[in-house]
Design a protein around this ligand. Structure first.
Ligand code: SIN
Ligand code: MN
Length: 201
């Protein structure tokens, strides 16, 4: 584990998942996405996001004209699938948290997709960390500050890297500048998957 990006509470576990573990998770995600297909979210102002999303767990994070929020069902009206054990186990091993994750947000980045700087703040209790798992193509992750503005720093996340954001890092602005499309062979059609495990309530 290394502390990175000069912010307290940002813990990076480079290469935490070996190739076999990554493939197992991708297989489990395929089944999740059969029941809860990826969709293109729209910001409250009506702008389509470049990532596609889905989720597993009691809640999924969604955005549309009605705003950012957690919902107990996929937009298609069905409950979100259960978080696969292969993913939940990583939380138990690394998150150092008394509660289980209630949401596994699935972000899929195709060629050209990115995510602007934002805070994760739709959860009820910020003392619980967010755990992030990177799979597939490399992504340039950027970390700013709790307050808007100021210096930022970036780090290229690789397939199999896990990050735990707690403490000061929990409410810090973060985003993904770009991915290197085709840099990994994990996902047959290319692209990057980021999973974030969160406690919602
Ligand atoms: C997110 O902030 O929801 C995604 C971060 C990432 O893709 O690494
Ligand atoms: Mn986020």
């Amino acid at each position: 584990m290394v502390e990175a990006l000069n912010i307290k509470g940002f813990r990076l576990f480079p290469g935490y998942l070996d190739r076999a573990a990554q493939e197992r998770i991708v297989g489990d995600l395929r089944r999740v996405l059969e029941d809860a297909p990826l969709f293109q979210p729209v910001t409250p102002r009506g702008k389509p996001m470049s990532v596609r999303m889905s989720a597993a767990g009691r809640f999924g994070w969604v955005t549309d004209r009605r705003g950012y929020r957690y919902e107990p069902q996929h937009p298609n009206g069905t409950d979100w699938p259960v978080i696969p054990e292969s993913i939940a186990r990583i939380w138990s091993d690394l998150a150092d948290c008394p509660k289980s994750p209630e949401c596994c947000l699935i972000n899929w980045y195709g060629e050209g997709a990115r995510m602007g700087l934002h805070q994760d703040k739709d959860e009820a209790d910020f003392t619980y960390p967010v755990l992030s798992i990177s799979l597939g193509d490399e992504g340039q992750f950027r970390m700013g500050n709790v307050e808007r503005g100021g210096k930022t720093a970036s780090h290229w996340l690789q397939s199999g890297d896990v990050v735990v954001m707690g403490g000061e890092a929990r409410l810090a602005h973060h985003g993904v500048d770009r991915i290197r499309f085709g840099s990994s062979t994990l996902l047959k059609a290319g692209g990057r998957i980021n999973l974030t495990l969160r406690v919602v309530t």
